[in-house]
Design a protein around this ligand. Structure first.
Ligand code: NI
Length: 192
């Protein structure tokens, strides 16, 4: 089932999300719905607060990006072929490596894309969809998407990294998004 995506301006996008336990109601169905929602809106990641659930769960698929790179771009991003994963109760333990710019967008903030600086490498502890624990290191675009989705469960958004002036210039667009005055080709929800 395709779920509506919470638009910028909603309180839930600003809250720190809560851990879940294996008995969480209909978790498998929820994860399935998140995949379907993410792919149908051409996203590469989706976090539970974006579908109005205040829990530490996100899904991401960086393989899509590598599949769509032109031949001459492949060398620029040597960290392929990407991964498709579910992250539950994740904690990023370490941010390392050089900072680099990448143009980010967010399904909750449609039609805004900005170059954002983030570190190259992360170490993350998480549970997979079977609640098995993992500690893994990720780099490049994969680490980039994980950091963006992880921020969602911390109540943070990519626009928070912009310089104040840049952010100010976006303010009227952001207000339009929060009021639903932006044409988007996927289902969204507008809540306080
Ligand atoms: Ni996002």
């Amino acid at each position: 089932m395709i779920l509506p995506i919470v638009a910028y301006g909603a309180h839930i996008l600003r809250k720190e999300a809560k851990n879940i336990t294996p008995d969480y109601d209909n978790l498998n169905a929820l994860i399935e719905d998140m995949w379907e929602t993410m792919y149908s809106s051409n996203g590469v990641g989706l976090a539970a607060p974006q579908i109005n659930k205040n829990i530490r769960l996100f899904v991401m698929d960086s393989a899509q990006i590598f599949d769509n790179l032109e031949e001459d771009e492949l060398g620029k991003y040597p960290d392929g072929p990407g991964i498709k994963k579910v992250f539950i109760n994740a904690i990023i333990k370490e941010y390392t490596g050089e900072e680099w710019l990448y143009n980010e967008g967010c399904l909750s903030i449609p039609k805004i894309r900005e170059d954002i600086v983030r570190p190259q490498t992360i170490v993350i502890e998480y549970l997979d969809e079977n609640f098995l624990p993992h500690t893994e290191t990720f780099n490049g675009i994969t680490a980039r998407i994980i950091q963006h989705e992880y921020d969602h469960i911390q109540g943070k958004l990519f626009i928070d990294y912009l310089k104040p002036l840049k952010r100010k210039l976006l303010q009227s667009k952001l207000t339009d998004i929060s009021k639903g005055k932006m044409k988007v080709d996927y289902k969204m929800m507008f809540i306080k």
